[in-house]
Structures are given as C-alpha cells and as structure tokens.
Write a protein that binds this ligand. Structure first.
Ligand code: F6P
Length: 340
C-alpha cells in the first residue's frame, strides 16, 4: 500500500513519534508519503518522503517534521475533489490524519461524503477530544505548566505579588485544572465555568489575611460571567476559531484595581506546545501510531485510534468529533479543595 500521512492544527509534542511509529510498524513492504502542512499539502500535492531514513531520531523531537496548518479542505474550492485528485496522482491508497477536532472533523466528512479511506489519530495539548481518555501532548503541556507555576510561586512570595498564569485551553480547562492542582494554585479559572471577578478578588482577599502572595491559573478560553470582553484579536482561522490570549492581562488590571496588590502576568501560551515530549507522551504517541497503521492495513477506515483505560482501541471518527470533551468535574472538585 502507499499511505499518506498529515499533521493538522496546532502542533503538539509527540507528533513526530506517531509518524516514526507508522513507518516503523508498517515496514518496507509499504510506501509512505508525508503531506506538508496538514490538508494544505494534500490539496496542493506538496509532499516529503517518509521512510526508515527520514524518520530516524524523531522520538524525542517536538513539533512536526511535516509542518502543519489550519487549512480546511471544505473551505477550499473543490477541496474534496482536489484531495481525491492528489491521492490518485500520487497513487496514495489511504490517509492517516493526525489532528484535533478540526482536522479529524474534515477527515470524517471526507470519508463519509467522499469515500476517502482515512484513519484518524487524536492530538492536542488541550485534551479536549471526545472518545479518547487522553490525547498525547497533554501530559507534556501539564508538566511544563506545573514547572512554571513552581517557579512563579517563589518569586510571587518574595515580592508579595499575585501572579496570573495563563495557559492554553480554548474550550476546556484540562491543562489549567491539572497543572493548577499539581502546582498548588489558589484559584483556577476554566472555560467551562464563567467566573465572577468580584468573587475571585474576595477569595484572594480572604487568603491574603494570612499570607502575602497568590497564584491564579487561568485558561485562555475562560470568560467572565458578565459576557464578552475585548480580549480576543477578532481574527479567525478557516475553522472559524478566534485567536485567543489576553484574559490574564484583563485579570491583572481587575485584581490590582480591586485589591491594591501588585499583580503580574505570565502567559505560557505556545511554550506549552513546544519542545520535547514527555516519556508518557512518547509512549502514547507511539502506541497510537502503531495502531493507526494496523487499522490502515486492516482497511478499517473511518476509525480513530483512542486510549480507553490502559488499552489502545479503534472508535468511529464520528464519535470523536463535534462535541468536545470538557473537564472532568470530579478532577476540578479535587482542585477546589485546595483553593485559597
Ligand atoms: O491546539 C489547540 C490550541 O493549543 C488552543 O488551546 C489554542 O487556542 C490554539 O491551539 C492556538 O494555536 P495557534 O496560536 O497556533 O493558532
């Protein structure tokens, strides 16, 4: 078989480990075509050779050797036909699409509406894809955020400051809640629960009766109860998502104005996504890659590999897309025990 591989959406530690695993497990009996920059490479026929040589030494390497983009084949004129044409021209029999909700959503539609043989692999540091317990990249992001919170604690304490730490998490607060719990945050704000700034400040004021510093962890997608704020850029990508980032600066101003305490911001942003994957993510990504190529060789198309408990399984891609996996309330309740 000739198998095309693409990585779409935001990059994520572990993408290269998946690519390596696909090529190594599939072996020399098959050929592998890497599409550059997600669906864009498939639309434009931009490829790189994937073989034992070009995928050597990738296990620990962050980012994606294929490049990525947020190109949506359904937002391009004749997009699905162009995907079919590229595959036919290159003799590609099937695709492995490694991506988040958007990339997998397009994969599911291409399979359902255009009979394109695709297997999906879920990735995102946000951990918000349904039908899998965990996505690779999440563990690394949580570790990086936790290390940062640890460092911010000592400087916050030395200077009697409130530190507002912003982490990624557009629709779900998995990173904020998990890293906040691990780092001992005093307040955690997540997209699932709109926050009341007065309550946040009242909470901090109670805490500051007995101590002199606080750590507030906020997910980029967290919003105040009252409604919208001018914290987004207004720019949207091809999947209609606004560029986020800035809620921490808003909070900084509000906390300082209401409490009088010096408040500083650390926006961790893309630092959480870059660099080498954790051991956990290398192993999960490798297991996903092995199962994905097995699914292709079994012609089990329209499926996505997933972690369920300790097992790697195949689920319909349709189960994974459309509805994002929001925070586990029980996890958040545990984090709340330690607020303040
Ligand atoms: O991959 C998802 C994500 O990490 C979101 O949390 C975040 O909003 C988005 O990526 C930002 O990515 P970019 O800056 O590459 O558009």
């Amino acid at each position: 078989m000739r198998i095309g591989v693409l990585t779409g959406g935001g990059d994520c530690p572990g993408l290269n480990a998946v690519i390596r695993a696909i090529v190594r497990r599939g072996g020399p009996a098959h050929k592998y075509v890497g599409f550059r920059h997600g669906w864009r490479g498939v639309l434009e026929g931009e490829t790189v050779v994937l073989d034992a040589e070009t995928t050597r030494g990738l296990l620990h390497r962050g980012g994606t050797i294929l490049g990525t983009s947020r190109t949506n084949p359904f937002k391009t004129v004749d997009g699905p036909d162009r995907v079919i044409a590229t595959m036919a021209a290159l003799g590609v029999d099937a695709l492995v699409a490694i991506g988040g909700d958007d990339t997998l959503g397009a994969a599911e539609r291409l399979g359902r509406e255009h009979s394109i043989p695709i297997v999906g692999v879920p990735k995102t540091i946000d951990n918000d894809i349904s039908a899998t317990d965990v996505t690779f990249g999440f563990h690394t992001a949580v570790q990086v955020a936790t290390d940062a919170i640890d460092r911010l604690q000592t400087t916050a304490e030395s200077h009697d400051r409130v530190m507002v730490v912003e982490v990624m998490g557009r629709n779900a607060g998995w990173i904020a809640a998990t890293a906040g719990l691990a780092g001992g945050a005093d307040v955690i704000l997540i997209p699932e629960d709109p926050f009341d700034v007065d309550q946040v400040c009242a909470h901090l004021q109670r805490r500051h009766q007995r101590t002199n510093f606080s750590i507030v962890v906020v997910a980029e997608g967290a919003v105040p109860v009252a409604g919208t704020l001018a914290v987004t850029s207004g720019e949207v990508d091809e999947f209609g998502h606004e560029r986020l980032g800035g809620i921490s600066t808003f909070l900084q101003g509000e906390i300082e104005a209401r409490t009088g305490w010096e408040t500083r911001v650390a926006n961790l942003g893309h630092i959480l996504r870059g660099g080498t994957p954790s051991a956990y993510d290398r192993v999960l990504a490798t297991r996903f890659g092995v199962e994905a190529i097995d699914a292709v060789l079994d012609c089990d198309f329209g499926t996505m590999v997933a972690l369920r408990g300790t097992d790697i399984v195949r689920v319909p891609i349709a189960e994974a897309v459309g509805e994002l996996k929001t925070i586990d309330r029980k996890l958040f309740e545990v984090a709340e025990v330690f607020f303040g």
